[in-house]
Design a protein around this ligand. Structure first.
Ligand code: 0RQ
Length: 509
């Protein structure tokens, strides 16, 4: 196979992953490519992990800051966390080893809105970006870079880092070229101008990254696959959640509040989001569009069937089967998919202008509509807020969904008071569980509590929640958002103690 490094200067900087990793020093902040399992560097991070492990064995301290687009893959996050090589990680992760280290207090984690990362780095207060490690699909003769299967924060890493390490992945389909749209018009205030995107499939930038060749210290050729993001076939609960959402959207169309082709869809990560996309396959909508951050299997299938006209995202997140289908007909998909930097895919200005319908998963919601997307029992991080806040806060419709219970029914995902709040009652319009859908628009807190309990809570927990609200109204101090503060987190404490929410035998309040 001929080299994809066409630029003669960069050809001279070809080296092994171990040699490239040796150019990363203790204390460096490293901007890595990668977003939900695609486009992460395949070789340098694990080579770096081996060097860190060796240094630690020799009694030397070696940790780096790891900044990414979003979640990556075991060969990056797990490899570095395993050797205690990460000082601080940002912005979104979903890796079990990272999660364990963060929750054990051994690794710092900064969970920030995905649209904020680039501007925070430009402004400098996150500290200096020393190195960029970015996977690309090829290097043009003039040194511009063909992006891989995700864009994430790569433009920012390439612009801001002192030193750049490029991984050129020969396993990536050459047909990716031309799918990307890199917008170079963003700026810090007060220099900002409107972003000239008015339709979800508009192209406003360039298909390649610009790159200062003087900063490139290493080029590594790799040949590895992206993460195989497998989805379970939709189970009964996911299918029912999807059904409630589709009924609701149809109702909105009938009422004249949504156009027949709906508004651009944003769909979050995970099986339920994927199931909703699968549900749309059989729904009576045509000519749909998507303005989202991840494109999962379900959305690819909607493109295939023609239900979805176009999709804008910052990353593909596909199972290996869906990836094969994508590669089999890349010309078809290239004419319908645009991949953008995450500060554009998640930009509040654009999400608001386009009127996105945002659909994201959650851990729990409370009876007043506050949503916890990130913390189990208020203190343990699951993944991170990701793009859910970028979309929910600015969407035309913000929908959050979850099965009504977790852990074999021991946990109610509808609780008196959310143990951590990522999305406040002001940003949450619709809650959905397999039990039903609560449309909270235009409802006061007391009305909301009624809608949430009656439509979304599991029958095992409904009487307990009704009883809580009744007693809070009678005995609480304020009757606008009634609570019994001593009791509000009792259910979480019961689970923390190994029990079941609402179990009369283990009540502590
Ligand atoms: O844990 O696998 O150990 O059993 O949480 O839950 O039901 O499989 O749902 O995969 O859709 O994830 C909020 C985490 C939901 C996800 C979250 C446990 C449950 C299971 C996963 P186990 P499910 P999902 C754009 C949008 C934030 C980022 C975001 C997420 C595990 O949707 O990370 O929205 N969202 N980004 O058992 C204790 C509860 C629980 C609970 C679920 N109430 N208490 N555990 N679980 N509810 C994309 C990006 O930003 C990249």
């Amino acid at each position: 196979e001929s080299s994809r490094v066409l630029n003669p200067i960069l050809r001279q900087r070809l080296m092994s992953a171990a040699e490239a990793a040796a150019l990363i020093r203790p204390g460096d902040n490293v901007g890595m490519s990668g977003f939900t399992g695609s486009g992460h560097p395949k070789a340098v991070p694990s080579a770096l992990a081996r060097q860190i492990e060796h240094a630690h064995r020799c009694g030397e301290r070696f940790k780096v800051g790891v900044w990414t687009g979003a979640s990556t893959a075991p060969e990056l996050d797990a490899a570095l966390a395993q050797v205690d090589g990460i000082e601080l990680r940002l912005p979104y992760q979903s890796d079990p080893v990272c999660r364990e280290r963060i929750n054990a207090g051994r690794m710092e984690y900064l969970d920030i809105h995905l649209s904020h990362v680039a501007q925070f780095v430009w402004s400098g207060f996150l500290g200096h970006l020393d190195v960029a490690v970015v996977e690309v699909a090829g290097i043009l003769e003039d040194g511009r870079l063909i992006p891989a299967a995700s864009i994430g924060n790569n433009k920012t890493w390439l612009d801001q880092a002192d030193r750049i390490i490029l991984e050129v992945n020969g396993a990536l389909h050459p047909g990716l070229e031309g799918m990307h749209d890199i917008y170079y018009g963003t700026n810090l205030p007060p220099q900002r101008q409107p972003i000239p995107l008015t339709r979800p499939d508009d192209r406003i930038g360039e298909p390649y990254f610009r790159c200062d060749l003087d900063k490139v210290v290493a080029v590594v050729e790799t040949h590895g696959p992206d993460r195989d993001t497998r989805f379970t076939p939709p189970d009964e609960a996911s299918r029912r959640i999807a059904g409630h959402i589709i009924d609701f959207l149809q109702h909105e169309v009938k009422k004249g509040r949504l156009p027949r082709e709906l508004l651009p869809l944003q769909s979050g990560v995970g099986n339920i989001a994927n199931a909703v996309m699968a549900g749309l396959q059989d729904a009576p909508f045509e000519n749909l569009t998507a303005y989202t951050e991840v494109l999962q299997d379900g959305m690819l299938a909607l493109l295939r069937s023609g239900k979805l006209r176009s999709a804008s995202a910052t990353a593909l997140s596909l199972s290996s089967d869906a990836l094969k289908e994508f590669q089999r007909d890349l010309d078809f998909y290239r004419s319908r998919i645009v991949l953008r930097p995450q500060e554009i895919s998640n930009h509040p200005e654009l999400v608001r202008r386009l009127g996105v319908i945002a659909m994201n998963g959650m851990i729990e919601a409370d009876i007043y509509g506050n949503v916890n997307s990130t913390h189990v029992l208020g203190t343990r991080i699951m993944n991170g807020i990701g793009g859910s806040g970028d979309f929910a806060r600015n969407a035309w419709l913000s929908i959050f969904m979850t099965p009504s219970t977790a852990k074999n029914g021991a946990i109610s995902c509808i609780v008196p008071m959310a143990s951590h709040v990522d999305h406040t009652e002001h940003d949450v319009q619709v809650l959905v569980t397999e039990q039903g859908l609560a449309d909270l628009r235009g409802l006061s807190p007391k009305q909301r509590s009624h809608a949430v309990i009656e439509n979304c809570a599991h029958p095992d927990f409904k009487p307990l929640l009704r009883d809580y609200v009744r007693r809070a109204l009678e005995g609480g101090s304020g009757r606008h958002t009634p609570h019994l503060l001593r009791e509000a987190f009792d259910w979480h404490l019961q689970v923390q103690a190994g029990g079941r929410m609402g179990d009369p035998k283990t009540r502590t309040a």
